[in-house]
Design a protein around this ligand. Structure first.
Ligand code: ATP
Ligand code: MG
Length: 414
């Protein structure tokens, strides 16, 4: 029997005149997500999308389709569905089949939920729900009705081309289709926060180009590979194939050698944003995304954030601004980045960390300190040195064997 997925989308249903555009992008993204899994046919119903797959894909293939679809931003739910003719007996038979399977999987309570966009169907929604509920109660021992918190919801949608029925529904991420909100450059470290920030920016429809600052040999191949792997996880959510890796060693050592220690982190962040701003120009990106939160560390006081972002004219988007660390960790787990993020490889931010960073820096003191740097030369060389890593070639299996620890190059190395 062929397989059917009934796909629900959320916010884009509200977008008025822009709706066709949003829907086109959503369909394109869904096709892209499913393409690798197997052949399928996508069609659109009023307020829903339907994916049809051939029987040869099997239950496991269908499950992979569900998993892939449930990572497409803009979708709120993916249900394995079946289709019945517009006949109450045929509908009841399929509802009973769904209930029987659910009882086998442990369900004890149920509810029937009916939508009837096809107003030509002779019975109205409440009558359909009652009739089907009664039939299920009769045919499936061990099930009782619970209209408030049922373990099984039997969804029935009466449409022009037949009735669609479904039991289990996998939630989608919601948000807006990727590509409907423009482009941004996203600063990605190997930490927990920035991959979550990128995911949240993507959820609002932003196409993000990830940019990583890499201080080789102070941070080794494994630290870079970790970021490559994080991007691969984000790719399962629709991130594009490219990762930009910017050589940052020269900038970091110049800051260490020429600037006051307590302003080191502030100036390092300002340099990151300067590079990101130039990259954004090349990438036609209109914003910069970071994983900063408020008050998490010394570089994330309001004074620090203001001093850091003063170097760019672009909006700096910080999707994590109001989240606690615990909330961020919870999201990282559900996104799938957490286990990679906690791998213990050095990031450039953990190098040269001053014992007493300035908690409330000002632009004036940062600018004064930066006069000791060959600003233009540093920036030009950093941007020219950017490596474009194509994600399609990366796999976790390519991780190199453990590297020797690079000795402390000078000041405090945490
Ligand atoms: P994360 O877990 O994302 O590293 P964090 O809480 O450790 O965040 P910081 O280390 O202060 O915070 O970094 C703040 C933000 O600066 C990061 O979320 C990221 O957006 C950016 N950032 C830090 N290090 C790098 C890096 N090596 N390359 C690119 N961006 C970076
Ligand atoms: Mg960090």
């Amino acid at each position: 029997m062929k397989g059917l997925l009934l796909i629900k989308y959320g916010e884009i249903a509200l977008k008025g005149k822009n709706r066709p555009k949003f829907q086109r992008v959503l369909e394109r993204n869904l096709r892209q997500a499913l393409r690798g899994v197997g052949p399928f046919h996508l069609r659109s119903l009023q307020g829903r999308l339907v994916v049809e797959v051939g029987a040869e894909i099997g239950p496991e293939g269908l499950e992979r389709m569900v998993q892939a679809a449930s990572r497409v931003f803009g979708l709120v739910g993916v249900a394995r569905a079946s289709q019945a003719p517009l006949d109450i007996e045929a509908i009841a038979d399929q509802a009973v089949a769904i209930a029987t399977e659910a009882v086998g999987a442990g369900a004890r309570t149920f509810k029937v939920e009916v939508k009837r966009p096809n107003k030509g169907f002779p019975l109205q929604s409440p009558e359909i729900a009652t009739t089907i509920g009664y039939r299920v109660l009769q045919a499936v021992p061990g099930l009782t009705v619970d209209v408030h918190e049922p373990e099984l919801r039997i969804g029935i949608e009466i449409r022009e081309d037949g009735a669609y029925l479904y039991g289990r529904e996998t939630p989608g991420p919601g948000g807006l289709p990727l590509g409907t909100s423009g482009r941004a450059v996203a600063l990605i470290s190997g930490g927990i926060d920035s991959p979550v920030a990128i995911w949240m920016a993507m959820k609002r429809g932003l196409v993000t180009v990830p940019l990583h600052f890499w201080s080789y040999p102070f941070t080794g191949e494994r630290a870079k590979q970790k970021v490559v792997d994080l991007c691969e996880v984000l790719r399962s959510w629709g991130l594009g194939p490219r990762l930009l890796v910017c050589p940052f060693t020269e900038i970091q050592t110049a800051i260490r050698d020429r600037c006051p220690e307590e302003l080191g982190v502030t100036i390092m962040r300002r340099m990151m944003l300067r590079v990101a701003t130039r990259v954004a120009g090349d990438e036609a990106a209109l914003a910069i995304v970071t994983g900063e939160s408020l008050g998490q560390v010394a570089s994330q006081t309001l004074e620090s954030l203001a001093t850091i972002e003063a170097v760019t004219d672009l909006p700096v988007l910080r999707p994590l601004i109001g989240l606690d660390k615990e909330e961020i960790i919870g999201r990282a787990r559900s996104i799938g980045t957490y286990d990679l993020s906690i791998l213990p490889y050095e990031d450039c931010c953990t190098l040269f960390v001053p014992a007493h960073p300035r908690i409330k820096p000002t632009c004036e003191e940062a600018e004064a300190a930066e006069t000791a740097l060959d600003m233009e030369g540093l920036l030009v060389r950093a941007v020219e040195g950017i490596e474009r890593v194509d994600g399609r070639q990366s796999t976790t299996a390519r991780l190199a064997p453990a590297e020797p620890v690079v000795p402390d190059p000078g000041r405090t190395l945490q």
